[in-house]
Design a protein around this ligand. Structure first.
Ligand code: F6P
Length: 502
């Protein structure tokens, strides 16, 4: 089998490496063949080096890796997270999964809806402020959704705090009225150090401010409800979710509670419905038309064949400014691994480093390297046709035209006798153009990225659903804080002693 896979990779490696200009010259149907529409999003892969023959070669690799079978396993609740012996059931939250898991997700969502309604009708008194504490997947998803979909006239002011650095929490405590604050603790494991230090500080602040029953103003979102009970939170305010939902895939579960409360439950349901349309596409579309799979082919091509170490994502829409951060966790925590599912070493590049920012800001900061640097960086542009503001049309027009111009310039380049003014061109980009930004399209967009990440993992042969790589740093931090520093190196000892002299 190993040899068969290797042969497929060799065929991909040997595929003619034509420049983008030639690919366009050779095929007048290129844009039509390499662009797709799904769930209110237009995906244009024509400015990448994929062509139909290369897709066919990748398709053979995908078949050899049983990608379609793995998608079925993912969406049917098979225990594909083998290192942790469980399924990965985020799609069940959206209605696609094992029957019992879909049913369970519905029941838990009903419970969550009930609590949203109770809060809206002042069951916990007059609440105006929400402090949502969580880190990684318990923060990045909710924060992205709030930033992307808020209107500015929401009933609650919501702050998502993740960092242990008090500089994050203190300004919120200074601004919020403790008497009118709800504390939401979001933690799948209900053990994460940063989240619980912040939680204790918020409770201390509530007590100092004269809140009579601070524990009565806490909602817990977790896969470990027993731990939340032990922590002193009443069961009626604990919203559980299944431990088969990974942290970075958890925004669809009760981890989305603060989003549902702030933006409205209907918006939350739109997100789920939008994601379900992408799930359906991923599960049922043939490989050659399957958008997350085509995107993964592209990722693998640049990673393995062109040895690109990074991929850059630029949202030409301020509302999606947190998308690169969100994708960093999704893709790098999922696919930044060195072992295969069977325990053997991965002998290719794992996830590229994901980075990015917003356009047009990034054009005036980092695009120099993209146009003339020595690294080849595949770029992903995102833009939304419908503007998210009511200022003069020039703003949005200018924004979108800049986005399209950058993709064109990266591809076309421009030659000059002056070496400093020479642009090599032939630099690839993908463009995702959303009709509008709303719960449905954002849900579909995030599901697209989840499935692309999964397809990449299957092509590589790795398990995208564990994250053991983060554990050592946690252990070392504990050892340092408990003064158990026998195992520490001299450099770390000196740093600690400088910061905390005896
Ligand atoms: O340390 C990594 C991690 O486990 C992420 O995978 C997760 O999203 C984050 O920490 C937060 O974990 P929890 O939700 O259990 O607090």
């Amino acid at each position: 089998m190993k040899e068969i896979i290797l042969n497929h990779w060799t065929a991909i490696e040997n595929h003619a490496k034509l420049p983008l200009s030639r690919l366009f010259q050779n095929n007048s149907d290129r844009v039509e063949q390499l662009s797709f529409e799904q769930s209110g999003i237009y995906f244009d892969f024509s400015k990448t080096h994929l062509d139909i023959e290369l897709i066919e070669k990748f398709q053979e690799l995908a078949n050899a890796k049983d990608l379609k079978g793995q998608i079925d396993a993912l969406t049917e609740g098979v225990a594909i997270n083998v290192s942790e012996g469980r399924a990965a059931e985020h799609t069940a939250e959206r209605g696609i999964g094992a029957d019992t898991s879909v049913e369970n997700a519905k029941l838990l969502r009903k419970r969550m809806h009930g609590l949203v309604q109770a809060l809206d009708s002042n069951a916990l008194g007059d609440i105006e402020y929400i402090i949502h504490l969580g880190i990684g997947g318990s923060a990045l998803g909710p924060e992205l959704l709030l930033e992307a979909l808020k209107f500015g006239d929401e009933k609650y002011e919501t702050a998502i705090i993740s960092n242990i650095d008090g500089c994050a929490l203190e300004p919120v405590l200074e601004r919020f009225d403790a008497q009118k604050t709800l504390l939401v603790i979001a933690s799948k494991s209900f053990t994460t150090a940063e989240t619980f230090l912040n939680a204790r500080s918020v409770i201390d602040w509530m007590v100092e401010q004269g809140v009579s029953d601070p524990y009565g103003k806490i909602v817990a979102l977790t896969a470990m409800p027993d731990k939340a009970v032990e922590w002193g939170i009443d069961e009626s305010r604990i919203l559980p979710f299944s431990d088969t939902i990974g942290g970075r895939y958890s925004l669809w579960s009760s981890i989305g509670f603060s989003v549902a409360l702030t933006l409205g439950f209907d918006v939350f349901e739109d997100l789920l419905a939008g994601a379900a349309t992408m799930d359906d596409h991923f599960k049922n579309a043939a490989i050659e038309n399957n958008i997350p799979i085509i995107a993964a082919f592209c990722d693998q091509y640049y990673s393995q064949i062109r040895h690109c170490q990074t991929r850059a994502v630029f949202a030409y829409d301020q509302r999606l400014g947190l998308l690169p951060d969100y994708l960093q966790q999704l893709e790098m925590e999922s696919n930044g691994k060195s072992v295969l599912v069977d325990g053997q070493s991965l002998d290719r590049h794992s996830s590229p480093i994901i980075w990015g920012g917003v356009g047009t800001d990034a054009q005036h900061a980092v695009f120099q390297l993209l146009h003339q640097g020595t690294h080849l960086v595949p770029v992903e542009f995102l833009a939304v046709i419908e503007p998210g503001h009511s200022l003069a049309g020039e703003h949005h027009h200018g924004l979108l035209l800049n986005c399209f111009a950058q993709g064109a310039a990266l591809m076309a380049g421009k030659s000059s006798d002056d070496v400093n003014r020479n642009y090599p061109g032939d630099r690839p980009s993908t463009t995702l153009l959303l009709d509008e930004l709303n719960g449905q399209t954002l849900g579909a967009l995030i599901a697209f990225y989840e499935h692309r990440t999964f397809a990449n993992a299957v092509l590589l042969g790795i398990n995208p659903f564990d994250q053991f790589g983060v554990e050592l740093g946690k252990e070392m931090a504990n050892a340092l804080s408990s003064n158990d520093s026998n195992q520490m190196d001299p450099s770390t000892e000196i740093l600690k002693n400088r910061a905390f002299p005896a």
